[in-house]
Design a binder for this molecule. Structure first.
Ligand SMILES: [Cu+2]
Length: 112
């Protein structure tokens, strides 16, 4: 009986220390409020955010793109490779946008 208790205690001690041992090395998942422009596409093409969130688009392509709202105020300048554009969504709703240079590139921000 005593031996079982000792083993249980050791197992619990190991599990408990495992929770706090060492620095956290997990890599952060991609922030939910960033959009990559890559391969002539917005990735992800639809994101859902809370009202008041700032979304940042980064042009990771080798050509210029824009982030241009369709019937809303999203309106980036021409983004050269590596440039970013940020827009803060202060109203709820669905906000569609496209690349002004390549109108087949489309994306959507859903603000809740
Ligand atoms: Cu484009």
């Amino acid at each position: 009986m005593g031996k079982i208790w000792l083993i249980s205690f050791l197992i619990i001690a190991v599990l408990a220390s495992g929770c706090t041992y060492g620095p956290k090395t997990e890599t952060q998942p991609a922030a939910p409020n960033t959009v990559e422009i890559k391969g002539f596409a917005f990735n992800p093409d639809t994101i859902t955010i809370a009202k008041g969130t700032t979304v940042t688009w980064t042009n990771q392509d080798s050509v210029q793109h824009t982030v241009t709202g369709i019937g809303n105020d999203i309106d980036s300048p021409i983004l050269s490779p590596g440039q970013t554009y940020s827009f803060t969504f202060n109203d709820t709703g669905t906000f569609e946008y496209q690349c002004h240079i390549h109108p087949t590139m489309k994306g959507k921000v859903i603000v809740t």
